[in-house]
Design a binder for this molecule. Structure first.
Ligand code: UT7
Length: 319
């Protein structure tokens, strides 16, 4: 028994914001700085009425169509987000309702930008246990809601979007190996240190980040965890057809590829057009590359994420 991706989908809200638009809005930055330091040119922003579950619904409907199944077949929904619609119920339950189905297990996973690697790995374990056969795994974010537009060190980096996959029990190989890690002692270098109490926000409900510290940490753990899953599968980096990393910064992606000995021609990048969409970035990039024909059935893919917590993880799979 294997757990195999049978369909992918993604969704970007229609409003696109260029680096020049940010300058025009009064952010103390420049197109040159953002492109040179991050590779980002454009990010998409959800409209005020669009919630994480709305973005997730659009991506999920496309993934269902690609897998050629109806929502009624899904027996598990795992949704990764750090920007849920509500404190509760989970965004997974709200998505289930919008899909018009009920009864299947549905829950959220909170691992920030590693969220999709976490969610996919959890879904894989459910399927390999034999308890479930058809999972909808989603990463969806409206990070624009938690940005301080006066903090140029963070507000230029993030965008909104969603990506989804259908993961089914299969006789054919799918996920070959996966590994998840966390080190909570680094929680302070990337956090939204706010909560709700007595009807008020306590603390700061905005992204706070020590960019250079996150950068150094990300480059190290992304290479380490990629080697870890390759070792688990008895493979080496030359076997990777496509590296699909979390899309935070083109320089982090280039460093990771270099450490793995992969040319950038084997790396899917969307950070220039999407910005950092946190838990949505990996499934968004995967879906873009599936739909433009680069990722084909039978290809070996390395998906990997790193983010707040600190969390990191990788999933090696046959597509
Ligand atoms: O999903 C995981 C989460 N996030 C990440 O992976 C992000 C990881 N970190 C990074 O991508 C980079 O650290 C950043 C892109 C955030 C920053 O790049 P950097 O090369 O590490 O710059 P820095 O923070 O060391 O700042 C360098 C300079 C500073 O000015 P001074 O002190 O040298 O005069 C900043 O104030 O750049 C300035 N700066 C900016 N200038 C123009 C910071 N943000 C901006 C900006 N526009 N948006």
């Amino acid at each position: 028994m294997h757990a195999r991706i049978t369909g992918t989908g993604s969704y970007l809200p229609p409003t696109a914001l260029s680096n020049h638009d940010l300058v025009a809005r009064g952010v103390d930055t420049s197109d040159d700085w953002i492109v040179e330091r991050t590779g980002i040119r454009i990010r998409h922003l959800a409209d005020n009425g669009q919630m994480a579950s709305d973005l997730a619904l659009e991506a999920s409907l496309k993934a269902l169509a690609a897998a050629d199944i109806t929502a009624g077949k899904i027996d598990l929904i795992i949704l990764a987000t750090s920007t849920p619609d509500y404190i509760f119920p989970s965004t997974a339950c709200l998505l289930q309702s919008k899909l018009g189905v009920g009864g299947a297990a549905a829950f959220d996973v909170q691992a920030v930008c590693s969220g999709f690697a976490y969610a996919l790995t959890v879904a894989q374990k459910f399927i390999l246990s034999g308890s479930h056969r058809c999972a909808l795994v989603v990463g969806t974010e409206v990070f624009s809601r938690i940005l301080d537009w006066n903090d140029r060190g963070t507000c230029v980096l993030f965008g909104d979007g969603a990506g989804a996959v259908i993961l089914e029990a299969s006789d054919e190989p799918g996920i070959l190996a996966s590994a998840l890690h966390a080190d909570g002692s680094h929680h302070g270098i990337l956090e939204v240190p706010g909560s709700v109490c007595d009807g008020k926000v306590v603390g700061q409900p905005f992204v706070k980040m020590d960019g250079p510290a996150v950068f150094k940490f990300a480059v190290k753990v992304l290479a380490d965890v990629a080697h870890e899953v390759l070792d688990m599968a008895g493979m080496n980096a030359a076997a990777i057809d496509w590296l699909i990393p979390h899309q935070a910064n083109i320089r982090i992606i280039q460093s990771t590829a270099k450490k793995l000995g992969l040319s950038m021609e084997k790396v899917i990048t969307t950070v220039d057009r999407h910005g950092n969409t946190s838990a949505a970035s990996i499934p968004l990039a995967l879906d873009v590359a599936v739909r433009d024909g680069r990722v084909k059935r039978g290809d070996t893919l390395m998906l990997e994420g790193v983010g707040g917590g600190f969390t990191w993880g990788a999933v090696l799979l046959k597509f």
